[in-house]
Design a protein around this ligand. Structure first.
Ligand code: FCB
Length: 443
């Protein structure tokens, strides 16, 4: 037996999906990633973004139709700096107009837009000047943001300046699998400080133009737990990794101090520049203290052996840790928006369960009166997944890259029911993921 009930979310809750320009538009030839893709060994099986989901030729229309027809009321997407400013002294008004049309398209379909200004990619010209390590980067970003804000402010007031600044430096400078792909921790923190300066400049620019703007970042959030809870060094290393990944950026935006393991940097203009905290949450790691791994901050990380693991080993399904991350986010005293959450799953075996379990934890958080205001599932349609190419399939819709045909996965229907109901019912769970019914709706 299980209880018959519905877990409701507050009125006005934002339900959408998240996308990023480079991953869906296609032919982003002025971007540093376009070059990066052509270097041998960078992308899995030498795959290419190519046409991606072909949004630039207009397929955003059919995908926005899907989002609206399937009950969503919001959409998070990004604008591509390299299109808008293909050279330092050149603005492409037609690209700006393209984004204006997309925003109108969202509004016409009743979808509230959230616009990300930087989602992993840089103009190639910026990369050639030294990218985020250059002290000029923040100034260029500020001008770009002013240009975009003036053109698009009529349609959008919810802005995300930088997607995963912590991911940009982790991938670009520590792991080295995204551009500039150097393993240089010191350069990484220098770039990180410039990302904070860029965010701060964007924050002030947006607020000057648009006093009611809501501006924040989307943080790569990840949980870390000691592999052996009884062992003090595991506890220490897990705590240190948790803080390094999750706290450096939002703290800098709160008090203007960027605290890195190599020392602290004062960026006073960044203090108080966070109107909401955006969280991209996917998974957690267990961490074992390991002296032989200085480059991994002395921690050997692995997934909880008892957790379900996703198709390509990218995610351990750890919904309760999502609740913990939301609780952790309370300290910043701003509303929270879940800017990404999802799982790669081409056959949609795990996704319905993963989705319900995470939304259930978010519902618990909301019912503690924690100010969570929206949820953006990653993602609408399978898209170009960076160094993993087309291997990881995160879409509610499947994409055939040869024909551009979309095919709906069952999770698209499930998510539509949740969005329309503004809640999760026992009856939905019984239909889409009966195996978890007794846990989510115990009698
Ligand atoms: C996040 C990125 C997003 C996508 C998902 C799977 O880290 O922001 O672009 O790659 O992971």
């Amino acid at each position: 037996m299980m209880a018959q009930a519905t877990f409701h979310f507050p009125k006005g809750f934002l339900w959408g999906t998240a996308t990023a320009a480079y991953q869906v538009e296609g032919n982003n030839i002025h971007s540093n990633w376009w070059r990066f893709e052509q270097e041998p060994g960078r992308i899995l099986e030498e795959q290419r973004s190519g046409l991606a989901c072909d949004w630039w030729s207009g397929r955003w229309r059919e995908d926005f139709d899907r989002a609206a027809e399937f009950g969503q009321n919001a959409h998070r997407f990004s604008v591509e700096w390299a299109r808008i400013q293909p050279a330092p002294d050149r603005w492409d008004e037609s690209a700006i107009d393209h984004y204006r049309q997309m925003l109108r398209g969202l509004r016409e379909r009743g979808l509230t837009p959230m616009v990300t200004l930087h989602h992993y990619t840089d103009p190639q010209w910026l990369a050639e000047m030294g990218g985020w390590e250059s002290d000029k980067a923040a100034g260029y970003f500020e001008k770009y943001v002013a240009k975009v804000a003036e053109a698009l402010q009529e349609y959008v007031s919810l802005w995300c300046t930088i997607n995963e600044p912590n991911g940009v430096i982790a991938h670009g400078y520590f792991v080295g699998d995204y551009p500039p792909a150097v393993k240089d921790v010191r350069a990484g923190f220098r770039a990180g400080a410039n990302l904070v300066r860029a965010h701060a400049a964007a924050y002030h620019t947006l607020h000057k133009l648009q006093p009611n703007a809501r501006v924040g970042i989307a943080l790569l959030s990840r949980d870390f737990s000691p592999a052996r809870a009884w062992f003090p060094l595991d506890r220490w290393v897990a705590g240190m990794q948790f803080r390094s990944v999750n706290e450096m950026f939002p703290r800098a935006l709160a008090d203007g101090w960027m605290r890195t393991p190599l020392g602290k940097v004062h960026i006073p203009q960044a203090s108080g520049t966070q109107d909401y905290l955006g969280l991209n949450y996917y998974t957690r790691d267990l961490v074992k203290f390991d002296l032989t791994k200085p480059s991994e901050l002395f921690g050997h990380r692995f997934f909880n052996p008892s957790a379900e693991i996703s198709e390509s080993n990218f995610i351990a399904n750890e919904p309760e840790r999502f609740y913990r991350l939301l609780k952790w986010g309370l300290q910043f005293n701003v509303p929270m928006i879940v800017t990404e959450n999802g799982v790669e799953d081409s056959t949609d075996q795990l996704r319905p369960r993963y989705l319900i379990q995470h939304l259930h934890q978010m519902w618990r958080a909301v019912n503690m009166n924690w100010p969570v205001q929206g949820y953006f599932h990653w993602t609408l349609v399978d898209n170009f997944e960076w160094a993993a190419g087309w291997k990881m399939r995160f879409g509610l819709w499947e994409l055939d890259t040869a024909t551009q045909a979309r095919r709906k996965r069952p999770s698209a229907d499930l998510y539509a029911e949740i969005c329309r109901e503004n809640g999760i019912s026992s009856e939905m769970v019984a239909r889409y993921a009966p195996e978890i019914s007794p846990v989510i709706f115990p009698d």
